[in-house]
Design a protein around this ligand. Structure first.
Ligand code: BGC
Length: 467
């Protein structure tokens, strides 16, 4: 690939300046749900309403990261990550969503950023990972155009406060999930169940919010890279042939009934300036009613696309879905282990959007526990990590400009409607014992991978064994 400067030789598997990161989100780890002037978000309200979350659990305390920033950053340093992706809890900074600034809330993030910079870890800030201020929800949430404008204000406040200290931003995390789960089947906050046209209106406001936020960051945050964290179905070719790849790529982006969960419903307007042409007919009139002016607001130049990729399907060149055979490896959440998705996902996203790619989330849930030796052994996660990173390396080797990888997650945390049972962390959080942090074997494996810039992926036997 022309202009590609980040691959040096075949014995250096990852580019020299490849970003090795780990990710979290505010509600999932912070706790401090009503402290220091923070008002509730839709997630606080949703979890406090019985019947929504497994075991009635909440993020009120979560991992108590709000009070343990220096301990947690010290662990990140020990891990060796070069970047940390975290998110801003919107009502911690703007309790009313769009009113006065809560400076104590802003200071919390400012301290976190300072700790990270001191530890030589680049902050990567997600502006919105689902904690919509309840006040905005009560005024109509993502169905009210005020919310998109308020989001732009959040971007402006954050961009200005962290100017010169934060250089990488993501606007929204997975607008697909907000649309499909928050306003579609109601499994996520705010728990609304609406029809497809209403969901299209929600998606549209999210897109406008993204566009406004990009503009706000460009004008307040100084020199920054801006992108968005998208998710969606990834369809991989069963055979690596030109024909099969073409069919799989087309299936990855064709919007059918599952349009809310597709990358293209969101990334096409953001990057290409129009909604996907292959779409459900019931949305035609809606799409045609969108003005060119709004599309221009949405389609702002981006520096990269970030993708959260956990799993994928496979089809053959004839377009037939290949069923997973009995006994196929699955995670604790029953997601199929599909390393190829980290090869073809980035490859197809690059093919369609021609922007550099970050993997902003990837990881596996396990029912981890503390063994009798006092340590947390998680060979499944190590195997997952290794297989997926080898697949990502295949994408890089064929010229896809993948700039970095953020493991999900740094630490075990509140897994939304599933509560705390499913653990995604490299660090075990002992919920029963004062939230003590215990690095798992995978923490040490990832540390080795980072220290060797991926070189030790060629030596699978030893991963995680060296503490
Ligand atoms: C979300 C995370 C979540 C993870 C695992 C992603 O969809 O961004 O917040 O914990 O997947 O379910």
């Amino acid at each position: 690939m022309e202009g590609k400067t980040h691959m040096t030789s075949s014995c250096v598997p990852f580019p020299r300046d490849f970003v090795w990161g780990a990710a979290t989100s505010a509600y999932q780890i912070e706790g401090g749900w009503n402290e220091d002037g923070k008002d509730p978000s839709v997630w606080d309200h949703f979890c406090h309403t019985p019947g929504h979350i497994h075991n009635g659990e909440t993020g009120d305390i979560a991992c108590d990261h709000y009070h343990r920033v220096s301990e947690d950053v010290a662990l990140m340093k020990e891990l060796g990550i070069t970047s940390y992706r975290f998110s801003i809890n919107w009502p911690r900074i703007l309790p009313d969503g769009n009113g006065p600034i809560n400076h104590t809330g802003l200071d919390f993030y400012s301290r976190l950023i300072d700790h990270l910079l001191e530890a030589d870890i680049e902050p990567c800030v997600t502006l919105h990972h689902w904690e919509l201020p309840l006040a905005l929800h009560r005024r109509g949430g993502w169905l009210n155009p005020e919310t998109a404008k308020a989001f732009s204000r959040l971007a402006e406040v954050v961009g200005k406060a962290f100017r010169g200290r934060v250089r990488r931003y993501l606007t929204l995390n997975e607008p697909q999930c907000i649309t499909a789960l928050g306003y579609g089947n109601g499994v996520h906050a705010p728990g609304n169940r609406t029809d497809p046209l209403t969901q299209a209106a929600v998606a549209h406001q999210l897109l406008l919010g993204h566009g406004y936020a990009v503009q706000a960051l460009r004008s307040t945050a100084g020199t920054v890279e801006v992108g968005v964290a998208s998710t969606g179905s990834i369809v991989c070719p069963a055979e690596d042939t030109v024909e099969n790849r073409a069919v799989a790529c087309d299936a990855t982006f064709r919007c059918g009934e599952n349009w809310t969960f597709m990358h293209s419903w969101f990334l096409d307007p953001m990057v290409l300036g129009h909604y996907p042409e292959q779409r459900p007919p019931e949305l035609d009139a809606f799409v045609q009613s969108v003005s060119p002016d709004e599309l221009a607001q949405i389609c702002q130049p981006l520096d990269f696309i970030a993708a959260n990729i956990y799993s994928g399907d496979e089809i053959d060149a004839g377009g037939r879905l290949i069923p997973r055979p009995t006994g196929w490896p699955r995670t604790a959440l029953r997601w199929s282990v599909s390393p190829k998705s980290l090869h073809y996902g980035p490859a197809f996203l690059y093919r369609r959007y021609h922007l550099p790619i970050y993997v902003s989330e990837n990881g596996q849930s396990c029912n981890d526990r503390i063994f009798l030796d006092g340590q947390v052994h998680d060979p499944d996660r190590i195997d997952y990590l290794q297989r997926y990173l080898l697949a990502l390396r295949d994408a890089i080797r064929e010229g896809v400009p993948v700039m970095g990888y953020y493991h999900w997650s740094l630490m075990d945390n509140f897994e939304w409607q599933s509560g705390y049972d499913d653990r995604f962390g490299l660090i075990f959080v002992d919920y029963a014992n004062k939230l003590r942090r215990i690095p798992k074997d995978s923490f040490y494996a990832y540390r080795q991978i980072i220290a060797s810039n991926g070189g030790c992926l060629n030596d699978p036997g030893n991963l995680g064994s060296r503490r």
